[in-house]
Design a protein around this ligand. Structure first.
Ligand code: GLU
Length: 447
């Protein structure tokens, strides 16, 4: 297999699908050497099969807004790969959602889910519906209309969606309510991220951010450092940034920046518990403005319009918002201000040239598919609890999450250790995820 040949073939087949092509290129570059040591992979054309989704459902979603106007959006579910288990992955509601975006996310999800050690395949879905400025009633009507189509494509042993950007506990509630009504199934575990009184797992909302901090703790411990006392910046203020801020603060780090599409909030003395709680209010308001934090806490936070978190001097940065949110210039600015490590918590949060530059300039870099896997891993734990009709305690879930993040870190070390002893976390995560899915596909024959 030659990455350049496969990429040329995909570029011709899927012109303009930039996020998808970027995600595939990153994985192929990392695995090329290892792949070519296994003639059986080449013979079975594993790569050619793995880079295409099994299927994509596209549907029209029509709903009525608060003014009585009829609105039409597009809905999708990309079922990417089921070699190691039912399709699993979130739903993204964002005005920029396209099939390319969901294909990149489904592709990444396949390897991420493989790393969790749990039997979950990869999928992703969503809509170009824009939640910004929508009322709760509009969100409910949209979710119901979306599920009216989606419910036929999913099932607890077939495809299990969850949240992602623009889809949190409120949306999962509306979606699951409609699924129950349509399917007449009341304990199916067909969605994860559910409310605690109707089948959800304790700690699922926090899990992506918690898992990211557990991973960062392990990576730092390996080089004789500690999260406690570090100054850190996060981007975004949604569910992922919220969980990350909570755990980072508990572990003794100081969170000095969060951000939104409108700018950055600098918090020189570190975010407080009250401010962390306020992030939830900001998310529920659907205003999508981080300035609200500075308005609410004028003595603690300073809003800088139009800037990103990466202008604030820190030791460690965590991308928690959106793909490609960190550019080469951002990486250079971070390092010039003293930052020495970057953990990607958003999916594909860094642009490829930024990653290469950080790696070449001695920064510790770990990719989203390893760092943020605690979210989907805890979704897997929610599926197990649903299947057994039980609920675990916070301690039981947290212990398992810890265990899974350690296993992911170990896989990165196993496959990513370089001759000079440092860990290439990008290679480690991509090769480990790939090997598991590739072997499963090989053993299942040509299907
Ligand atoms: N959207 C999350 C992710 O990117 C979670 C998916 C899930 O829980 O299924 O991994």
């Amino acid at each position: 297999m030659k990455t350049s040949e496969i990429m040329a073939m995909l570029q011709a087949k899927h012109p303009g699908e930039n996020e998808y092509l970027q995600a595939v290129q990153e994985v192929l570059e990392s695995i090329e050497d290892v792949y070519n040591q296994y003639p059986e992979f080449e013979k079975a054309r594993i790569v050619e099969r793995m880079v295409e989704p099994d299927r994509i459902y596209t549907f029209r979603v029509t709903w009525v807004d608060d003014r009585g106007e009829i609105q039409t959006n597009l809905g999708y579910r990309v079922q990417f790969n089921s070699a190691i288990g039912p399709y699993k992955g979130g739903l993204r509601f964002h005005r920029a959602v396209t099939p390319s975006m969901l294909k990149f996310l489904g592709f990444e999800q396949t390897f991420k889910n493989a790393l969790t050690t749990l039997p979950m395949g990869g999928g992703k879905g969503g809509s170009d519906f824009d939640p910004v400025g929508k009322s709760d009633a509009e969100i409910m009507r949209f979710c119901q209309a979306f599920m009216l189509e989606l419910w036929r494509c999913i099932g607890p042993d077939e495809d299990v969606p969850a949240g992602d950007v623009g889809v949190g506990g409120r949306e999962i509630g509306f979606l699951d309510g409609m699924y129950r009504k349509l399917a007449r199934q009341y304990n199916t575990g067909v969605l994860t991220g559910k409310g605690l009184t109707w089948g959800g797992s304790i700690l699922r909302p926090e899990a992506t951010g918690y898992g990211a901090m557990y991973f960062a703790h392990l990576a730092l411990e390996r080089i004789g450092k500690d999260l406690a006392g570090q100054k850190i910046s996060l981007s975004g203020f949604g569910n992922v940034a919220w969980g990350a801020a909570k755990k980072a603060t508990q572990l003794g780090a100081k969170v000095v920046a969060i951000s939104g599409p409108d700018g950055v909030c600098e918090i020189p003395d570190g975010i407080t518990d009250e401010m962390i709680d306020y992030m939830l209010v900001m998310r529920a308001s659907n205003r999508n403005m981080v300035e609200d934090m500075a308005t609410k806490f004028p003595d603690k936070a300073r809003f800088i319009a139009g800037k990103k978190s990466w202008i604030v001097p820190v030791d460690i940065a965590f991308t928690c918002a959106f793909q490609n949110e960190l550019s080469l210039e951002d990486a250079k600015q971070l390092k010039a201000n003293g930052c020495w490590a970057l953990f990607e918590v958003s999916n594909m949060g860094c642009q490829p040239d930024a990653i290469h530059w950080m790696q070449e300039n001695g920064m510790l870099f770990a990719p989203g598919k390893a760092v943020n896997a605690g979210g989907v891993a805890t979704s897997g734990l929610e599926m197990t609890q649903n299947a057994e009709h039980i609920s675990w305690t916070a301690k039981e879930v947290d212990d398992r999450l810890h265990h899974i993040m350690s296993a992911i870190h170990e896989q990165c070390v196993r496959y990513g250790t370089q001759p000079d002893g440092h860990i290439d976390y990008v290679k480690g995560a991509n090769i480990a995820g790939f090997m598991k899915v590739a072997h499963a596909m090989l053993e299942q024959g040509v299907i």
